[in-house]
Design a protein around this ligand. Structure first.
Ligand code: AP5
Length: 211
């Protein structure tokens, strides 16, 4: 089984593009951020441990995340691989993943820091179905506008910490995957549709290779 990794800074558009990639490749999307938020909401021990890190904009410790994903990879729908959104984020996580799963493609959505803050502070989510919107770039339709919510860690101070964590601990992974020949760089500083089209072309150009 081979998985695809969706990689990039906070707010790059990983969640926004995931549904389209999932339908192109047939691989279910697994977001470690969503899994952690569900654990926090359920009040589990794991959620309580993760919450402090998430609120501060820091990465949750590798041991916790690696355990969570190893468990997820054993579920029946993971048999032909997953679309991993937001995992791995450290070299230790990538090494742990490589021991249990092949990665056929790492889609790196690249967006400059200046654009990230505006994207994240303006993000809203529809609790009804999880759809992600942006107050300026992708406003919710009238029927959803009154129920959309903002994520607790989507404030400017936390975003700056998340960006620092990204540059220090996650960005080096791009070279790690480049050395392994699976990194595909996508310019994410374009409209949502243009970024989606570029990703679609990259997946199509994999041709008969197993994505
Ligand atoms: P997580 O939930 O993964 O957050 P993140 O990586 O910070 O990513 P985001 O969900 O913020 O952004 P995104 O790239 O999905 O952007 P989106 O599509 O929503 O993680 C949260 C926390 O959990 C972490 O801080 C950490 O504590 C912990 N964690 C998670 N995984 C971990 C791991 N592996 N190891 C350790 N800790 C972990 O888009 C953002 C906004 O921009 C939206 O409003 C959208 O509408 C808009 N937008 C999208 N694309 C465009 C575009 N092209 N043009 C204009 N606007 C756009």
């Amino acid at each position: 089984m081979t998985s695809i990794v969706l990689f990039g800074p906070p707010g790059a558009g990983k969640g926004t593009q995931a549904a389209r990639i999932s339908s192109l490749t047939g691989k279910p999307q697994v977001s470690t951020g969503d899994m952690l938020r569900a654990a926090v909401a359920s009040g589990s021990d794991l959620g309580s441990e993760a919450k402090g890190y998430m609120d501060a904009g820091l990465l949750v410790p590798d041991g916790v995340i690696i355990g969570l994903i190893s468990q997820r990879l054993r579920e029946p729908d993971a048999e032909s691989g997953l679309l991993l959104d937001g995992y791995p984020r450290t070299i230790a996580q990538a090494e742990a993943l490589s021991e249990v799963e092949d990665v056929s493609m790492v889609i790196s959505i690249e967006v400059p820091d200046e654009a990230i803050i505006e994207r994240i502070v303006g993000r809203r989510m529809d609790p009804h179905d999880g759809t992600i919107y942006h107050i300026r770039f992708n406003p919710p339709p009238t029927e959803a506008a009154s129920r959309v919510v903002q994520r607790e860690d989507d404030n400017e101070e936390t975003v700056r910490n998340r960006l620092s964590a990204y540059h220090e601990q996650t960005a080096p992974l791009a070279d790690w995957y480049q050395d392994r020949g699976v990194l595909v760089r996508i310019d994410g500083d374009r409209t949502i549709g243009e970024v989606g089209d570029a990703i679609g072309s990259a997946i199509a150009s994999m041709g008969s290779r197993d994505v």
